[in-house]
Design a protein around this ligand. Structure first.
Ligand code: SF4
Length: 280
């Protein structure tokens, strides 16, 4: 059966590359050229809603930077000239999504953990500039590594930092992000960056065995955002969203759009812009 490409299809294999892929992203609102720095599929979180297929083994951890740059150059060339839209499965993309939206470091794990992250970020920015493209270079991150000087250096290459904050309390953080890392590390790192430059917060809310986060959890989440503001941090906007593709964990489901809107409205009451992305 011919493959059609849309927001539900985030397979990394479309271009048959090792590091660079392309997906139609609802939050980026168009074609997102992705850079995967975790071909080994290793992540320091184990979010139950994660879309990465870890039932098949990953590749080597080492990043072959020249190979990554070569792949990126190839995809940028396809995108810049528009020839990507005549190539299957990109020829199936809806007309209103046929725009290059960004170059995003995301992939199959936390992009800031590999030692090659700063060099890869610099190389991606240089490749974008060489191609005369003005699309933003984005980092989609769980904010666990910002305290490392080498990572901070790499962050400077990005136009936008999209930072995960899915919880308000330590216990819920551990549950929805599947980690034993301290919540305080994420909160401290968010503030560290937000004091330097505006950040985007991306917050995924889900149902667990049919129940969404309770009022106390949402209230605590709002306090976390407020804490950033009162400590001098800047939040450009918050993306309130839910799962749009079926996760591996069957206990996880999407939160209704009406509840997402309520959460977004409470975020706006803090004086922060909020966008809602419901399940497709
Ligand atoms: S941080 Fe991202 S890649 Fe890692 S487990 Fe969570 S959703 Fe998956």
């Amino acid at each position: 059966m011919a493959r059609s490409l849309g927001v539900r299809d985030h397979g990394r294999d479309v271009l048959e590359n090792r590091y660079v892929y392309a997906v139609v992203s609802r939050r980026a609102r168009g074609l997102s050229i992705g850079v995967n720095l975790n071909p080994d599929k290793v992540c320091n979180f184990d979010c139950p809603y994660c879309q990465v297929d870890r039932t098949t083994p990953g590749g080597p951890s080492e990043i072959d930077l020249p190979a990554l740059v070569g792949e990126l150059e190839g995809v940028l060339e396809l995108a810049r000239g528009g020839t990507i839209w005549s190539r299957p499965p990109f020829d199936t993309v809806a007309a209103d999504a046929r725009r290059l939206a960004d170059i995003a470091f995301a992939g199959d794990g936390e992009p800031t953990t590999p030692k090659e992250f700063p060099a890869a970020a610099r190389a991606a920015r240089e490749a974008r500039d060489r191609h005369g493209l003005t699309v933003p270079l984005r980092l989609i991150t769980n904010a666990t590594m910002f305290h490392r000087p080498a990572v901070r250096e790499g962050l400077r290459e990005f136009d936008e930092l999209w930072c995960k904050l899915d919880a308000g309390t330590e216990a819920y953080f551990h549950k929805v992000d599947g980690t034993r890392l301290p919540f305080l590390r994420v909160l401290d790192n968010l503030l560290l960056l937000a004091r330097e430059r505006p950040i985007v917060i991306q917050s995924l809310f889900l149902t667990w065995d049919g129940a969404g986060p309770d009022e106390a959890e949402i209230a605590a989440y709002l306090v976390r955002l407020h804490d950033v503001l009162v400590a001098g941090g800047r939040i450009d906007r918050v993306q309130v969203y839910t799962v749009s593709r079926r996760p591996a964990d069957p206990r996880v489901g999407d939160l209704p759009a009406s509840r997402l809107e309520e959460i977004a409205s409470a975020v706006r009451n803090l004086g922060i812009r909020a966008e809602v992305f419901g399940a497709e």
